[in-house]
Design a protein around this ligand. Sequence first.
Ligand SMILES: Cc1cc2nc3c(=O)[nH]c(=O)nc-3n(C[C@H](O)[C@H](O)[C@H](O)COP(=O)(O)OP(=O)(O)OC[C@H]3O[C@@H](n4cnc5c(N)ncnc54)[C@H](O)[C@@H]3O)c2cc1C
Length: 360
Amino acid sequence: MNYKTDVCVVGAGPGGALLAYLLAKQNVSVILLERHQKIAKAFRGEHLNEEGEAILKKHGLFSHVEKLGVLAMESLEYWENGNLIKSIYPEPEVGHLGIHVPQAHLLKVLIEEAEKFPNFTLMTNTRVVDLLINDDARIYGVKALHEGREIRIESQLTVGADGRYSTVRKKAGIEVTNKKHGYDLLWARIPAPDNWAPSIKMALIDGFQLSLFTQAKGFIQIGWNIEEGSFPELRKQSFTTFLDKLIKAFPVLEDTVKENIKSWNDFVLLDVHSNFSENWGKNGVAFLGDAVHTMTPTGAFGLNSAMKDADCLAQIITPERINQLDLMQCESERKKEIVKLQAIQIEKEKNFATQFIIYS
Ligand SMILES: Cc1cc2nc3c(=O)[nH]c(=O)nc-3n(C[C@H](O)[C@H](O)[C@H](O)COP(=O)(O)OP(=O)(O)OC[C@H]3O[C@@H](n4cnc5c(N)ncnc54)[C@H](O)[C@@H]3O)c2cc1C
């Protein structure tokens, strides 16, 4: 089966879904492809910073997301063996230290709003496997497996919004520089005890960072930094010894941790790395988000950066103007910021332990 559209966006993560919505609203025909049957995924970037919030507000989307349930963080706390040693509070003009937005809510709003436009099509269970490239080396669409059948989608512009392991980027022959950060991350989610204030709590355990993020609807997401590549070895040990350290850091969590984390299977491993590409577009293809600048979870920049890329791209794409030269302008503006943010992530990771030093 063959399809035709102005823009084919590959990947319905926050970046791809926002771009597809904005283009549909601007009267550009757009097909959004997602390899999963369901668009909502667990354990993804879910903390909006003020910039992500501003983008959603600018496009009238924040109130829709808010109705489904969000939670503003009221403090950032540093804990040592069950004792609070330092708290940081929001700037009054911002009013929060990040807003938890379940990714399922964000994506639901973006897709539902996009579906109000007849020129928008979402195809789930559709995995891009290759690019359509003509004799002049111009990319004019993608080949995908839709419910197991091969389809072709021809487009004036293809956008690779397909995340950290981007197929579109690899098939377009675009290189990235990968960087390891010396740690991996284990995630787990537990119900919050009663009266748990909306907060981000940090602890330092055996030299590694442990973070607790309060979530909307009464949950806590635990992010546990472990030595890079150490999980296979760690898994051979009892997970209760591992949990004991978490309970020592936050004794109030003992009951909920013991009730809800029963084995290593209750953890999700994130292989932490970042990458950066010097090239965010060529001959019929453009990229955004993790596909060209994978962020580590530090500082919660990734989701917000992907949405900023989408906002930037949407400003230069109109039904009359879907061409490469304009895309380059957007690329240079966004690259400068990403280089800065990735440097901040490294700095924060290096200096995490110093946050626990209290100067008198
Ligand atoms: C565990 C974890 C926690 C994080 N926490 C935060 C946080 O709190 N705040 C924050 O700002 N950032 C956070 N990040 C980073 C953030 O999740 C990413 O930077 C952000 O999701 C990038 O958005 P994206 O739209 O570029 O890509 P993604 O969200 O990765 O979306 C890419 C989409 O493309 C689809 N796809 C992939 N390949 C194909 C294919 N071949 N065909 C079709 N579809 C395809 C995928 O299924 C996916 O839906 C976190 C990341 C992880 C992994």
